[in-house]
Design a protein around this ligand. Structure first.
Ligand code: AMP
Length: 470
């Protein structure tokens, strides 16, 4: 059986009720309904156009029955034709919510409405009419015929004719849930789905891909800040589905580096992902990414040996390998990286080209604090005093820009100028400050427009990097 249903906004419910009674409609008892909506662990119902609802009925103040309903995707564009499975539930909403959340379902919202049903014989069909007063949404009339599939066309016509006769227009295709979420200023079911395994990730992404939607991917190590959020926002602008990975990748940390104490702030990270517009957050364990001693690695030979590769041996091999693996798991159309990690971005571009990944790489601008310090998850390691000193990276870059603008083209002079700025700050230890070709990252002797300034400085125990194009 099919449920063919049209819904219209109504200015005056009482007037519409009188008109229906005039047509011979039979009213039955008014009902209060509380609808609890859930979203699935393996796909996003907002995208697949499905719904899972537990409905509590109350009849004239008494407790009523509770039913669970699954609704399939709508099958046509005018009437809300869709498959529906409805079963009675016992045990109370709290216990069912507990069970469903343990299974990975997420409560989305609760819609409360007061409903006045009327039954009308019309054009050979029985039309169930419901006049709805929906809390925080508005007043509506729903007209519904339950019909065999073969009667779909005449039933749809009958319902449309009745609507015209009742002066109802501008049918509303959105569910009360969607309207409620819209009034709350939330995107449809915008809480991102969090998955921990590659299998769940593939499953969740499949529902987007089936619908021909573009997948954008933002790989991160978490401890998210505005720099990460800017990547997610750009990805959300360009793609229907944005996947963010949060994985502190052990293979890109050296033995004496900060893997153990790297900040892990999953709860606030998930909020940032939701606010920035991510649909899926992949949070794998180390075992999920590296199940048994891996023997295959990705090395971007020349680029990985330069700059950060010197003080962090093996770092870029770890980065390239994990990003290649994540690319295979997510299979995005576009992946987003920050210019903040210039050498990393260049290495990923080279890897994608060399290994023919069918993925577009977008490198997004550096997001900075008002005083010029580039945002970084590691900035939180800085003491108050060191935080003040950390602006020295940006000051050194500014010195380079000023010298270049003033006509200096000798790279060694600009390099010396930057070193002088760093030396002036006690406790700031220069690792490198240099001028490079943006493609090869090789040091240049004579500087031209489009060359890049790269800089790495240790302040206290914290290593900070920054860069800019001349
Ligand atoms: P991470 O979590 O440090 O691995 O960084 C994840 C992504 O965010 C990388 O592509 C970084 O380049 C990017 N990112 C980090 N900080 C910034 C920033 N301040 N501005 C723009 N992108 C950034």
């Amino acid at each position: 059986m099919l449920e063919i249903e049209l819904k219209f906004p109504v200015a005056d419910l009482a007037a519409l009720k009188r008109r229906l009674l005039d047509l011979g409609a039979k009213p039955s008892d008014a009902i209060d309904e509380i609808d609890h909506y859930f979203n699935a662990p393996d796909r996003n119902y907002a995208i697949t156009d499905e719904a899972l609802r537990i409905r509590e009925h109350a009849f004239r103040g008494a407790n009523g029955d509770t039913v669970i309903t699954y609704k399939g995707p709508k099958l046509d564009t005018q009437a809300k034709t869709r498959t529906e499975i409805e079963l009675p539930l016992e045990g109370g909403i709290e216990r069912w919510t507990d069970l469903l959340t343990r299974l990975g379902y997420r409560p989305v919202a609760t819609v409360r409405k007061h409903r006045q049903p009327l039954t009308l014989a019309w054009a050979g069909f029985v039309v169930q009419t419901v006049l709805d007063d929906v809390a925080n949404v508005g007043t509506f009339a729903e007209l519904e015929i339950v019909a065999e599939e073969k009667q779909r066309a005449p039933a749809t016509q009958a319902i449309q004719k009745l609507a015209r006769d009742l002066g109802l227009e501008k049918s509303e295709r959105r569910s009360y849930l969607e309207m409620l979420l819209a009034t709350q200023g939330r995107e449809k079911l915008s809480t991102p789905l969090v998955v921990n395994t590659g299998a769940d990730l593939r499953h969740a992404i499949a529902s987007y891909r089936h619908q021909g939607q573009r997948i954008g991917f933002v790989p991160t190590m978490g401890a998210l800040h505005e720099g990460h959020a800017s990547l997610i926002r750009v990805a959300a602008r360009d793609n229907e589905c944005v996947v963010v990975s949060i994985f502190v990748n052990p293979t890109q940390f050296g033995p004496n580096e900060d893997f153990q104490c790297y900040p892990r702030t999953l709860e606030t990270d998930l909020k940032s992902c939701a606010q920035a517009g991510a649909q899926l957050v992949f949070v794998p364990s180390v075992e999920e990414i590296y199940p048994a001693g891996p023997q295959t690695f990705v090395e971007v030979k020349e680029l990985q040996e330069l700059w950060d590769g010197i003080s962090r041996p093996g770092h870029f091999r770890g980065v390239a390998t994990v990003v290649a693996k994540l690319f295979n798991m997510v299979q995005p159309d576009v992946a987003y990286f920050g210019q903040k990690d210039a050498q990393q971005a260049r290495i990923i571009q080279q890897m994608v080209q060399d290994l023919a990944f069918p993925i577009t790489i977008r490198v997004c601008p550096i997001i900075r604090e008002p005083d010029g310090l580039a945002l970084s998850s590691r900035n939180r390691y800085l003491s108050h005093e060191d935080r003040q000193k950390a602006t020295v990276l940006n000051h050194a870059i500014q010195r380079a820009q000023e010298m270049f603008t003033a006509g200096e083209r000798d790279a060694s002079k600009i390099r010396d100028g930057m070193a002088e700025v760093i030396r002036a700050v006690p406790g700031a230890a220069l690792e490198y400050a240099d001028l490079v070709d943006a493609q090869t990252l090789q040091r240049v002797d004579t500087v031209t427009v489009g060359n890049q300034v790269l800089i790495a400085v240790r302040i206290g125990g914290t290593r900070l990097i920054d860069n800019a194009f001349l």
